[in-house]
Write a protein that binds this ligand. Structure first.
Ligand code: NAD
Ligand code: MG
Length: 397
């Protein structure tokens, strides 16, 4: 039987890589629901290729335009695709009990409610949208427990850790530490004093991975690794002091687990998100992902190093937020989203991103969130505070 798949954020980098893997296995997977924000050109070509039953565009105008485009096609299957819009519809579309797999690949806080809706529906949820877990932490994980959903990590590091954990019983007892690797991004070796002059274009040119703009900037500040540290802590229920960040510029080892007997297990592969995506789609089976296998004769050298906290203050802020707990991760995530958008819009300096996050974290009282509502309120408020900071000059050019 074909597995029925929905993709939240199908037009993005992860969404497109997912469809690339699915297209290789028409006997195994059937695309039922596709969603995006406003990119109708890519959505239209995905509709033509995959013929979903339903499409949700978060932006209502884009939904209207897409309907017109689809109705102009001769094919009945295309004109019969149901097109809706709005954020409630995103959540409704992935709650459908006919679905087997939901890929959560929206970027940022916008993915929280639809991702949680997929979890609540008890589906197999392939999580790329790390911000959703960072924001809501224990509330998210409790929802996974309650609903019986199967949460599988698409983020390459977390997927690697998941693979290295395999059947480990009592992880807290037998794991010495989780080694979370990160490339260090495009500015790992740039003279520190030049960091404040880097442009959005330079920040988005990652040496190893081809990704959406927001995560590319996060990789350049290493906030991505900070968010991943928090993601790993919640997903694998590991305290902060059991997770160590290791800089590995070649992005071949995607993370490791070190056990108390001295064994270290690593998961390796070429840096291509289709590998973790295929792993999650087929788990516990394996399928072809279209990724070239590693050629060890061509691997020059693999290097490992400590992170440079002076160069990457965002990493320190994320570590601090994880240690503080409560709404602190939600606050830094919100401030980071606002700051990255302002940097991409040419409003603040690259080094201003950390300044905005630090100021925002310092200004908001941290509480223990009791409900999703607390998380949403914190996120909204932290975004306002961060925007105000920028208006008042923090991080400005
Ligand atoms: P992207 O910007 O390429 O794509 C984002 C997708 O989300 C698009 O389909 C877009 O239409 C949709 N979207 C954006 N805003 C929306 C909104 N307000 N409402 C509804 N939909 C919206 O991003 P990406 O690089 O594919 O990353 C997606 C997620 O996966 C992020 O959380 C990122 O951290 C994570 N991730 C990405 C990679 C990667 O290699 N790209 C690796 C690991 C994790
Ligand atoms: Mg990652």
């Amino acid at each position: 039987m074909n597995q029925q798949v929905a993709i939240l954020g199908s037009t993005g980098s992860i969404g497109q890589s997912t469809l690339d893997v699915i297209a290789r296995h028409p006997d195994k997977y059937q695309v039922k629901v596709l969603t995006a924000n406003s990119n109708i050109e890519t959505m239209l070509s995905q509709c033509i290729q995959f013929q979903p039953n339903k499409v949700v565009m978060a932006d209502p105008q884009s939904a209207e335009k897409l309907k017109v485009e689809l109705s102009q096609h001769q094919s009945r299957t295309l004109s019969e695709i149901i097109v809706t819009s709005g954020s409630n519809e995103l959540a409704n579309a992935v709650s459908d009990e006919q679905l087997d797999i939901v890929v959560a690949a929206i970027v940022g806080a916008a993915g929280l409610l639809p991702t949680l809706a997929a979890v609540e529906a008890g589906h197999r949820v392939l999580l790329a949208n790390k911000e959703a877990l960072v924001m809501s932490g224990e509330i998210f994980m409790q929802s996974v427990q309650r609903s019986g959903a199967t949460l599988l990590p698409v983020d390459s590091e977390h997927n690697a850790i998941f693979q290295c954990l395999a059947d480990t019983k009592e992880p807290l007892k037998v794991i010495d530490k989780i080694l979370l690797t990160g490339s260090g991004g495009p500015f790992r070796a740039l003279p520190i004093e030049q960091l404040e002059y880097v442009t959005p274009e330079q920040a988005c040119a990652h040496p190893n991975w081809d990704m959406g703009k927001k995560i590319s900037v996060d990789s350049a500040t290493m906030m991505n690794k900070g968010l991943e540290l928090i993601e790993a802590s919640f997903m694998f229920q590991m305290p902060a002091d059991k997770i160590q960040i290791v800089v590995h510029p070649q992005s071949i080892v995607h993370s490791m687990v070190s056990y108390v007997d001295g064994s270290v297990l690593a998961q390796m592969g070429n840096p291509d998100m289709r590998t973790p995506i295929a792993h999650c789609l087929a788990w516990p089976d394996r399928i072809d992902a279209g990724v070239e296998s590693l050629d060890f004769y061509k691997l020059q050298n693999l290097t490992f190093d400590q992170p440079d906290y002076q160069r990457f203050p965002c990493l320190k802020l994320a570590e601090e937020a994880l240690r503080i707990g409560g709404t602190a991760p939600c606050i830094i995530n919100a401030a980071n989203e606002i700051a990255v958008a302002a940097f991409l819009a040419g409003e603040i300096r690259f080094t201003g991103i950390a300044e905005v996050i630090r100021e925002t974290l310092g200004q908001i009282e941290i509480i223990e969130p009791k409900s999703l509502d607390d998380v949403i309120k914190t996120n909204d408020y932290a975004r306002q505070v961060a925007s105000k900071q920028i208006e008042n000059g923090t991080g400005n050019l």
